[in-house]
Write a protein that binds this ligand. Structure first.
Ligand SMILES: *Cc1c(COP(=O)(O)O)cnc(C)c1O
Length: 379
């Protein structure tokens, strides 16, 4: 197989083993015209290996395909795993960019520390995205219009691969990046979602892994997600585990509340809340939009009362995949919390959510000036 080295612009270089069976242009074109989410994968994947003795080594981009994993690999038994989610956007001039990757790299190290996995440098993290995109840039969809939110979703992840059933941190670890073309999260426009308030399940407790992006948190949220779906809700909202009172976040998105007087409130970060890059960016953009961001505890009572009185005029969720999603109602076993405007039939305008949403997307797709230095060029 031919090999080539690709300099990432950082210190590390990835050896490239190009696929000899890349997807034909016409088939890839068909996929990119209707990619859905997380169903199709590009021709290559990036890989870096870690062992206790040799540290990080063997940087490679190679053909996408099944992993060879010993059945005793500790990830399969004890779930020692972390991941990230970040997108690549094609700009109008054809160039390909990503959004604040150093924030994801930093969070990946925070997750790694909590899961007793080795830390990966910014150079290797961002370098792996660049090296993969150097091969698979044709997989980044071209938006058909300014309202087309297609992208290439990148999924870096790290697994404990040592074949050992003893319970201790793995001494062999593999880091990979795979990529999957993504359509706009909402077909036919952004629509408010119904959220299920779980009373049977908690997502995270103090001292646990709530702030880390690890598969285990998601595994633990799936029973609640099933409950939500049984009640025609698309997502689950979780309250804190200690007092069952404080609003934390959704299974995979952070929450914001827009108040009538221009305050924009989001739960303050604790070790039970995951710090979204989208959340962090919205806090900055909100100020520029004349809103007053507040990071503080917000209780379910405040949500209920603010929605009823009209103090709270919008609720929205945010994350890389869906950007910003208005929350239409919060549903639980014994109640349904809806905003006053929606109950009175005035409809939900979600004007603030949609304004911040456009501002964020304009930045990501290069349609407005990157005054914060948030974009990194991949190709
Ligand atoms: C990934 C994730 C988010 C959103 O983070 P972004 O960086 O904005 O995509 C929020 N909550 C949880 C639990 C997550 O896993």
């Amino acid at each position: 197989m031919p090999t080539a080295s690709f300099e990432t612009g950082f210190e590390t270089s990835f050896e490239t083993l190009p696929s000899n069976q890349p997807m034909a242009d016409d088939i890839r074109g068909n996929i990119l015209s209707n990619p859905g989410f997380g169903k199709y994968f590009t021709d290559h994947m990036a890989h870096v290996r870690w062992t206790q003795d040799a540290d990080w080594h063997g940087h490679q981009v190679r053909p996408y395909g099944p992993l060879m994993l010993d059945p005793a690999a500790s990830v399969l038994h004890y779930g020692q795993e972390i991941f990230e989610g970040i997108k690549a956007y094609r700009h109008a001039d054809g160039s390909i960019w990503t959004f604040r990757p150093e924030k994801n790299a930093e969070r990946f190290r925070r997750s790694a520390r909590r899961l007793a996995l080795p830390e990966l440098s910014d150079e290797d993290f961002i370098g792996s995205l660049k090296a993969l995109l150097a091969q698979d840039h044709a997989w980044v969809p071209t938006p058909a219009s300014t309202s087309d939110e297609c992208s290439l979703y990148l999924r870096p992840f790290m697994i404990a691969s040592e074949a050992f059933l003893g319970v201790r941190p793995s001494q062999e670890v593999d880091y990979y990046v795979i990529a999957s073309p993504a359509a706009a999260y909402f077909k036919g426009g952004v629509a408010p979602v119904s959220i299920w308030l779980s009373s049977n399940y908690k997502r995270a407790a103090a001292g646990g892994t709530g702030f880390a992006k690890c598969g285990g948190n998601y595994a633990a949220s799936l029973a609640a997600q099933k409950e939500a779906e049984a009640h025609q809700c698309g997502q689950v909202a979780f309250l804190d585990a200690a007092e069952n009172k404080w609003v934390e976040e959704l299974g995979g998105m952070n929450l914001f509340f827009v108040f009538k007087d221009g305050r924009l409130v989001t739960p303050r970060l604790t070790d039970t809340i995951l710090e979204g890059v989208t959340r962090n960016s919205i806090l900055t953009l909100a100020k520029e939009e004349g809103l007053t961001p507040e990071e503080r505890p917000i209780s379910i009572d405040e949500w209920r009362e603010g929605a009823a009185s009209g103090e709270i005029i919008e609720v929205f969720a945010c994350g890389t995949a869906a950007v910003i999603t208005p929350v239409g109602e919060l549903v639980s076993e014994n109640e349904r919390i809806r905003l006053k405007s929606a109950i009175e039939g005035a409809g939900d305008s979600n004007e603030v959510a949609m304004r911040i949403r456009s501002k964020l997307l304009d930045l990501q797709y290069g349609r407005s000036e990157d005054t914060h230095g948030w974009l990194t060029k991949l190709v």
